[in-house]
Design a protein around this ligand. Sequence first.
Ligand code: ADE
Length: 429
Amino acid sequence: MSGVRSNSLKTTNAGVRDLGLAKEGLGLIDWAAREMPVLLLIRDRFREQRPLSGLRVSACLHVTSETANLMITLKAGGADVVLCASNPLSTNDAVAAALSAEHGIPTFAIKGEDNETYYSHIASALENRPNFTMDDGADLVTMLHRERTELLGEVTGGTEETTTGVVRLRSMAKQGVLKYPIVAVNEALTKHMFDNRYGTGQSTLDGIIRATNVLLAGKVFVVAGYGWCGRGLASRARGMGSQVVVTEVDPLRALEAVMDGFQVMPMAEAARVGDIFVTVTGDVNVLDRAHFEAMKDGVILANSGHFNSEINLAAMDDLASSVQAVRGMVQEYRLEDGRRLHVIGEGRLVNLAAAEGHPAAVMDMSFANQALAAEWMVANSGRLEPQVYDVPKDLDAEVARLKLAAMDVAIDSLTPEQEHYINSWEEGT
Ligand code: ADE
């Protein structure tokens, strides 16, 4: 960790590593935009219609070139936007600099920031006195509800990007502590079926390969968790020639993994045979002390779930006789008997810590949902309860339609006869 601190955090430029990186960041933002046609269409409409006029947005997202394009779109729609990181290791410093210095979007994010700085950056984003929040993992919403309750009265709505955040928000809503309505962008089909599956699938392998340059072909690749992210990861790892093992706690998902052709077994068994382990469960200590004790020499461990709680690093520290960095993103834990276990990116989201996150083409759909959900919430402000809402189906369908059009893919439509048939029950064999 660099431990870089930002002291005066309320000014536009205080929360980034180096404003001198802004030009490089502009190039990265522009490069991503080329693969984000749906978001760009929405941006053009927002620029004309200004549906977010006067909206003060505090966003807590991975600070990537794709996120930058979302922030620029919100601003085009009339919003006053500030951004902070949703993970200490996921920031692209050049993008953060470009947003602050070139786009007038105050950004508080430094790759490698320590936990204290991470939370101080969220606090800085809340200084915008938001009436709208955009979160990825619910850390900003949590701070707002715990430490800045005096701001809650002005907040009319928010969105949440990821599975883990939605789980936390649903728990808040169930306990009656959630104070304003939030749209679970993750639940849109055009989000999780593509971002979680193809985005996580590809970018997780990208992170592992960039960090280690390991050959995946012929390796036993253990995927913990067979949700949308796990499904994508398992299929991509198989595509690279790995023998894929899936571990699960949910019988339905486990059955699906079996029928998809993967070996399914408990982690206690997988620990003995795996070469590469990736956790994507959203839970804690999925790789634990007993598993480390059973692992082979030279294994690679990574996490692609939202929080760095899936690999029990404290237990690894305890077991290890030495810990050293052996490559930029790889820590080697050497056990008493000489076995070496390698952890990528401190157990944080490997695709963002060691690579660049999901490709822009898939974030296009996720962030189109974000922009449309924000517009929908503003239009429905005052009519919504402090609950977790799904993205309205018509918005989801609109994102799919626009994406297909941008990809130049045409599809059929029902004939009047088919339309009638599908809506009636009278006709049988
Ligand atoms: N989450 C995963 N990949 C991402 C990306 N490229 N930008 C923002 N959030 C992400």
